[in-house]
Design a protein around this ligand. Structure first.
Ligand code: THU
Length: 134
């Protein structure tokens, strides 16, 4: 499994402080861990024009991809509410980069978490192979 998982979950929890969520007050934090061991953090960043909000998962992935890394080992997600899981838009965004077997840790605390695969969170996903068929 992911090395130092408890430590990484704690980093994700601590990072909730950076959430910019003045409208919902709902803090979300995500970590992307690359196969080369790099860690990228993300938080939800809300906007006065609500639909311009970006979720923590997409924020963390955007940072990782922008830094030139697509070799994703795992993601960790934590939020203020128990058992928060990625929204549909984020699942689609994640499926673009995460292998079906890639692990996603949904954490309430360092000793209360569940691990899912990308395939479990978004079965039958629409991916680029379909675009390559035409
Ligand atoms: N949010 C996330 O950051 N990730 C999700 O997967 C679900 C929702 C954020 C968006 C918004 O800032 C707040 O949570 C309430 O919807």
């Amino acid at each position: 499994m992911i090395e130092n998982l408890n430590k990484l979950i704690q980093i994700a929890i601590d990072n909730k402080k950076n959430s910019y969520s003045p409208y919902s007050k709902f803090r979300v934090s995500a970590l992307v861990i690359t196969k080369s061991g790099k860690i990228y953090k993300g938080v939800n960043i809300e906007n006065a024009s609500y639909s311009a909000t970006i979720c923590a998962e997409r924020s963390a992935l955007a940072s990782c991809i922008s830094d030139g890394h697509t070799d994703i080992e795992a993601m960790i997600l934590t939020a203020d509410a128990k058992d928060t899981s990625p929204c549909g838009v984020c699942r689609q965004f994640m499926a673009e980069f995460l292998d079906p077997s890639c692990k996603i840790v949904l954490a309430n605390s360092v000793d209360d978490y569940k691990i899912y695969t990308m395939e479990e969170l978004l079965p039958l996903s629409f991916k680029k192979d379909k675009l390559e068929e035409i």
